[in-house]
Design a protein around this ligand. Structure first.
Ligand SMILES: Nc1ncnc2c1ncn2[C@@H]1O[C@H](COP(=O)(O)OP(=O)(O)OP(=O)(O)O)[C@@H](O)[C@H]1O
Ligand SMILES: [Mg+2]
Length: 258
């Protein structure tokens, strides 16, 4: 199996002197091509910090991240941006969208950065919007969409450039279970059918169970790292179980409110 990302002795300290806080402590891990990895842990344990470092969106205080064996700290800013834009897709908690722009413009952005031709941009962006079932909203301003729709625009933008790795931070957070399931299905479909490597930060144990690897972190350290080999059948049954659990939870909530 090819290693796509390797973290070596990653440490991240925020702030200085009296206010310094070390959010990640000497993390070492390898992520292999085609894996689906869940990063789980309590609020404040360092999940998003780790994700941002692995996705080269932030720089570590110590240690390094290798992408395809190349040391990211040795890349120029230009090469780093190019690598991120060509290889990575991001689905984040905070939407990171240009809300004044249209849905289509938001999805076109990575293609513009990649200098794709106008014609190719249009074809790719429209097909990504179709996948997330938002082609009818292409000309709407992003600000006018619901939370779940915004999340789907982010997925369209994340997949439009055919990324090798998708980083998702709480992709189903704040969504109703039906929309959450749809987004989950989309992500795992890309993983299973297109070989996209998935790295998902989540509080949701049911979502984590769908991944073939679960990394648990606590106080900035990895406390367990389990890989479960799953064939498609086992995955389908895990997804079925997760959906049943979500429905049960939703029903219990409803019952509790009466
Ligand atoms: N920019 C920052 N400056 C100072 N401290 C920070 C900064 N970003 C994060 N931290 C701290 O680092 C720790 C880890 O934060 P992180 O965002 O990685 O947690 P998390 O596991 O993603 O939590 P959540 O589940 O709530 O999103 C927290 O204690 C947080 O307060
Ligand atoms: Mg977080």
């Amino acid at each position: 199996m090819n290693t796509v990302i390797e973290a070596k002795n990653l440490t991240k300290t925020y702030g200085k002197k009296a206010t310094a806080f070390t959010a990640l402590k000497d993390i070492n891990l390898k992520i292999y091509e085609g894996e689906s990895v869940a990063i789980v842990g309590k609020s404040g344990s360092g999940k998003s910090t780790l994700m941002h470092l692995l996705a080269l969106l932030d720089t570590p205080t110590k240690g390094t991240v290798l992408v395809d064996g190349k040391d990211s700290t040795k890349l120029s800013t230009r090469d780093l941006n190019k690598l991120r834009n060509e290889r990575f897709g991001f689905v984040f908690q905070q939407f990171f969208m240009n809300t004044k722009d249209t849905v289509l413009e938001n999805v076109l952005l990575p293609l513009k950065i990649a200098r794709k031709s106008r014609k190719e941009r249009k074809v790719l962006a429209n097909s990504a919007l179709k996948i997330v079932d938002l082609d009818s909203k292409a000309r709407n301003k992003a600000t006018d969409l619901s939370g779940g729709q915004k999340q789907r625009v982010c997925i369209a933008r994340a997949i439009v450039n055919n990324p090798k790795i998708i980083f998702a931070d709480e992709p189903t957070g704040n969504l109703d279970s039906a929309t959450g399931d749809k987004i989950t299905d989309l992500l795992f479909d890309l993983n299973e059918n297109q070989g996209v490597t998935l790295i998902i930060v989540t509080h949701d144990e049911d979502l984590a169970k769908l991944c073939n690897r679960i990394i648990r972190i606590s106080d900035g350290k990895i406390i367990s790292d389990q890989t479960v080999r799953k064939d498609s059948k086992a995955k389908a049954s895990a997804r079925h179980e997760a959906e049943a659990a979500r429905v049960k939870k939703a029903n219990e909530k409803k019952g509790g409110r009466k």
